[in-house]
Structure formats: structure tokens, C-alpha cells
Write a protein that binds this ligand. Structure first.
Ligand SMILES: Nc1ncnc2c1ncn2[C@@H]1O[C@H](COP(=O)(O)OP(=O)(O)OP(=O)(O)O)[C@@H](O)[C@H]1O
Length: 257
């Protein structure tokens, strides 16, 4: 396997009026091509900040992010980004949102949009507007819009956080399906331990104050996974144990999850 993403963050801090808040400290992580890294950790430990740095949305930090040999210095198509809320254009239909600035009249684009609609399971909703579809469907449109540009890495920040448990589980399966079909490197931030195990080839557990890598857990289970399987539960215990450690270590300053 080739190395897809090399993350070396020496320090990321935010400066308040008189204080300096060190958010990420010494994060050193490598993601192999085609892997699915999930990132979990207590609230405020810097998960979203880490993802934004990887996306090139935040460049004010000490360190370097390398994606397939290219240093990330600004947002680029190579780093697809999915936000918690879908951010679709309300005045465009599903297919127009997926195509966005690409010309839907171009037969090659039309074909790609149709393929994406198939992959994200939205056939029949091509002409619907965002106001006419559910939150889960909107998030699938957002994923299709990122994927149609063939990113090298897809970065997802709590993409299913606002959805109900049933929709969430369905979309986790859709995401696994996309990941397996497109063989794309994925990085997903979540608060949900089960989601991190269900999706990830590897789980990065962060602790807070400052955000540091507590543990990298290799999941090592085949897909599709069963949440009730003893091997799944064994990984869960392992992750929970690490969480207990971050709990006592991260909340020294009285922060809650
Ligand atoms: N633009 C900003 N200016 C100042 N501080 C910020 C900014 N963005 C984030 N922070 C601070 O950085 C820390 C990490 O925030 P971040 O959103 O990355 O954490 P998180 O782990 O994603 O949190 P959550 O799980 O609650 O979404 C927090 O203390 C937050 O207040």
C-alpha cells in the first residue's frame, strides 16, 4: 500500500486577547492509500481543527500535511470535504447540486452525475430540490458532489451527526459501499464510538487540552461488520478503555463531553 496522507502537526493554537490556546500538539499520523481512518475524542479536543488543516481550510499552524506527495497549502479538489450540515444550494436540483460548476450538458459530466446518483442511491430524485428531500438524502447529495470531482481523500466532519439513528446506520452502509467501490481514502470525525468502529480500518483516539494522539487502534475486522459480533464488542471495550483514560486526563480542567 502507498502512503496517501502524512500528518505532522507540531502545534496548532488559537490566540485570544491575552492567552494562547494550544489546540493540537505533536500529532504525527500516517494514512495508507485506501484506508478509512476515523477520529474520535472528547468535545473540543481539536478533531474538526485537524480535519480543516488537512483540507487546507486552516493553514495557520506549525507542521506539514502531505497528500500523495503534495503539500496541502489551500483547499483543493484533491481534498473533498463534507461538513456536518450539507451546504447544498437550495435553488438547484439534486443533479445540479452534484454537478455544481460542471456542465451538466456535457455527456461525460451527465454520465458521471448519473453514476454518482446510482452510487448514493438517489435514483428518482434527480430533479428534486433540497427542500423536497430529507436530511440524510441531502447529505448523500453532498457526498456525491464531493466524489464526482474524484478527490484523492474524502474528509468528513461528523457527517451524520444531525441525523436520527436509523438514517445514520443506513448512511454508514452507503458510505462503506462508496468507499469499497471508489477505493478512496477516507477520514471521518465522529463522536460515536460504534460509528468509528463500524466504519474505520483504523481509529485515531485523541485526548484534549491540548489535543494529542492518545492511541491508534487498528480494527482488523472484515466488512460488512456486525455491531453485535463479539469481535466488534472486543474492539469497543478496547476503545472505551482508552476513552476512560482520556476522560480522566482530558477533563482535568473541568471540561465536559
Ligand atoms: N476559530 C476559532 N477561534 C478560536 N478558538 C477556536 C476556533 N475554532 C476552534 N477553536 C477552539 O479549538 C478547540 C478545538 O475545537 P474543535 O472544533 O476542533 O474541537 P472538536 O474536537 O471538533 O470539538 P467537538 O467534538 O465539540 O466538535 C476548542 O477549544 C475551540 O474552542
Amino acid at each position: 500500500m502507498n502512503l496517501a496522507v502524512d500528518i505532522q502537526i507540531v502545534e496548532k493554537s488559537f490566540h485570544m486577547e491575552t492567552t494562547k490556546n494550544i489546540v493540537l500538539n505533536g500529532i504525527d499520523l500516517r494514512i495508507e492509500e485506501g484506508d478509512f481512518l476515523t477520529i474520535i475524542g472528547p468535545s473540543g479536543c481539536g478533531k474538526s481543527t485537524l480535519l480543516k488543516i488537512m483540507a487546507g481550510l486552516d493553514t495557520e499552524y506549525k507542521g506539514v500535511i502531505d497528500i500523495n506527495g503534495r503539500i496541502v497549502e489551500k483547499p483543493a479538489i484533491a481534498q473533498g470535504f463534507i461538513f456536518q450540515e450539507h451546504r447544498l444550494f437550495p435553488w438547484l436540483t439534486v443533479e445540479q447540486n452534484i454537478a455544481a460548476d460542471l456542465n451538466l450538458k456535457d455527456p461525460a459530466v451527465r454520465q458521471k452525475v448519473d453514476d454518482m446518483i446510482e452510487i448514493v442511491r438517489l435514483k428518482g430524485y434527480e430533479k428534486a430540490f433540497p427542500s423536497e428531500i430529507s436530511g440524510g438524502m441531502s447529505q448523500r447529495v453532498a457526498i456525491a458532489r464531493a466524489l464526482i470531482r474524484d478527490p484523492e481523500v474524502l474528509l468528513l466532519d461528523e457527517p451524520f451527526g444531525a441525523l436520527d439513528a436509523f438514517t445514520r446506520q443506513h448512511l454508514q452502509d452507503v458510505l462503506i459501499d462508496i468507499w469499497q467501490k471508489k477505493k478512496i481514502t477516507m477520514v471521518l470525525v465522529t463522536h460515536d464510538i460504534d460509528e468509528s468502529i463500524y466504519l474505520g480500518t483504523d481509529i485515531a483516539i485523541l485526548r484534549a487540552n491540548p489535543g494529542e494522539l492518545q492511541k491508534l487502534v487498528h480494527v482488523g475486522l472484515s466488512y460488512p461488520r456486525s455491531r453485535t459480533d463479539p469481535s466488534f464488542q472486543a474492539i469497543r471495550q478496547k476503545v472505551l478503555k482508552e476513552f476512560e483514560k482520556t476522560d480522566t486526563e482530558s477533563y482535568k480542567d473541568g471540561e465536559g463531553i
